[in-house]
Design a protein around this ligand. Structure first.
Ligand code: GLN
Length: 445
């Protein structure tokens, strides 16, 4: 009731929710009370939670931030939603996001932009900006996001909260509307690493319905939160401290790193030499996969359908032209182009080769150090409307995108304020090092 009231009071200003499911939440809360009374409560029983509107939810609209799915009600729950419900969580509603998770500012949503609760003239980051803003404003204690190229970590940084992108394959993607299937991963967003650890405990694990989810044991991520950090080897990728990084963000990140030195960690510079190619490779691979995934939205099977089509082709064309926003159409065009005969080898195959080199950079670095640290974003949250050019928006993703290409996990933790806006320290680990990342993040907080 407290959180529903907070949402009612403040969300008209922030626009962080697309749907608020008050009745549903109160019913689930009653069930949680009953479970508690019977002694059946688990750690998460009764925990209020917001879900990015990309997770399919039975009987609740799942719009993916798009007019295309404004009328879509999924007949089933995503695996992670199912698992969290089974753990007793209470769904407060579905949070706003960039359309089909394409963006870094939450300005491409069909439902309008989300505002940053720290400064209403700033963006909250994207694409999981609604989840991040709702947590920062105290409208929910925790939320789920997805991260294809930074969409959990960058909004977490911009809103001063903690967000974890797990290793590719750690969390089931079943029932999450696909953007770029080889990069997408769902993760927890909350006020602390400890809260994220509790959520990941419930989210992680193999799912027979997602062939890319890994059959690998799930540790209790809270067990190692307090493990001492003396002897931890931290690498600072030199490419993450170069041109384009706001000097005040750099200062905040270096101060955060020095906290770890005082906890007994050692710090050295490392190199990820192919970093420069991460944005071009990502912006070939992600739109290519998106153009293929989004072909299912044809006006026949799901979502928006145009009025009075004259024939089938007209139905496809107008339904898609009306249903998809500008950025989504741009990505579909790029993806269709790079996948077409005659261009495929020059773009897609090439980008996949670069991807392999980027992954190898990280594996080489993790031979020498335990974790990497750097900024989550080159600047603090920028002003709403300030980044009109798509390419300058894509360049925002410089420190987050390579992580998805490599499939490794990353976490952003709050590291102070610059010009009155939050800044995130990003910590990266090797594949399946979530427990270590949460441990390292927890010690800072
Ligand atoms: N900003 C990136 C993009 O637009 C990443 C988005 C994401 O992680 N979903 O593709």
């Amino acid at each position: 009731e407290h959180y529903l009231q907070r949402i009612q009071q403040s969300d008209a200003m922030l626009n962080s929710f697309i749907s608020v499911t008050a009745d549903h939440a109160l019913e689930q809360a009653d069930a949680a009370d009953q479970a508690r009374a019977k002694g059946n409560a688990g750690f998460l029983t009764g925990l209020p939670l917001a879900l990015k509107d990309i997770f399919c939810t039975q009987n609740i609209k799942t719009s993916c931030g798009s007019k295309m799915l404004d009328n879509f009600i999924a007949p089933f729950d995503a695996t992670v939603v199912e698992k969290l419900k089974a753990a007793g969580t209470v769904t407060l509603g579905k949070t706003n996001m960039d359309e089909f998770a394409m963006g870094s500012s939450n300005e491409s949503s069909y439902y309008g932009p989300v505002k940053n609760p720290w400064d209403l003239t700033a963006v909250p980051g994207g694409s999981s900006g609604g989840s991040a803003a709702a947590i920062a404003a105290g409208l929910t204690p925790a939320a789920l996001g997805t991260d294809t190229g930074g969409s959990i970590r960058q909004p977490a940084a911009f809103c001063g909260i903690t967000g974890l992108k797990p290793t590719y394959g750690r969390v089931s993607r079943y029932g999450i509307i696909a953007y770029a299937s080889s990069l997408d991963q769902a993760g927890p967003m909350a006020r602390s690493a400890e809260d994220c650890a509790h959520l990941l405990n419930a989210m992680a694990g193999h799912d027979a319905r997602d062939s890319t989810s890994m059959a690998r044991g799930v540790p209790d991520y809270t067990d190692t939160l307090s493990a001492p950090l003396s002897g931890l080897k931290i690498g600072l990728p030199q490419e993450y401290f170069g041109e384009g990084l706001d000097p005040d963000v750099e200062k905040a990140v270096r101060e955060a790193v020095s906290v770890y030195e005082s906890l007994g960690a050692t710090v050295r510079e490392v190199s990820l030499p192919h970093t420069h190619y991460a944005i071009p490779a990502y912006y070939v691979i992600a739109p290519a996969e998106a153009s293929s995934n989004l072909s299912r939205f044809d006006g026949v099977r799901f979502g928006h359908r145009c009025d009075n089509p004259s024939d089938l082709i007209d139905l496809y064309k107008r339904s898609r032209a009306e249903g998809f926003g500008e950025e989504v159409q741009r990505r579909i065009l790029i993806g269709t182009h790079t996948l077409s005969e005659g261009f495929f080898d020059a773009y897609y195959t090439k980008a996949q080769k670069v991807r392999r080199l980027i992954r190898q950079d990280f594996l080489d670095a993790f031979e020498d150090v335990d974790v990497l640290m750097g900024p989550a974003s080159p600047t603090p949250a920028f002003d709403l409307g300030a980044n009109k050019d798509p390419v300058s928006m894509y360049l925002q993703d410089i420190y987050t995108i390579a992580v998805n290409l490599a499939g490794i996990p990353g976490i952003s933790v709050p590291a102070g304020f610059v010009h009155g806006r939050p800044v995130g320290l990003q910590i990266l680990g090797t594949h399946f090092a979530e427990a270590q990342l949460l441990n390292v993040a927890h010690q800072f907080q």
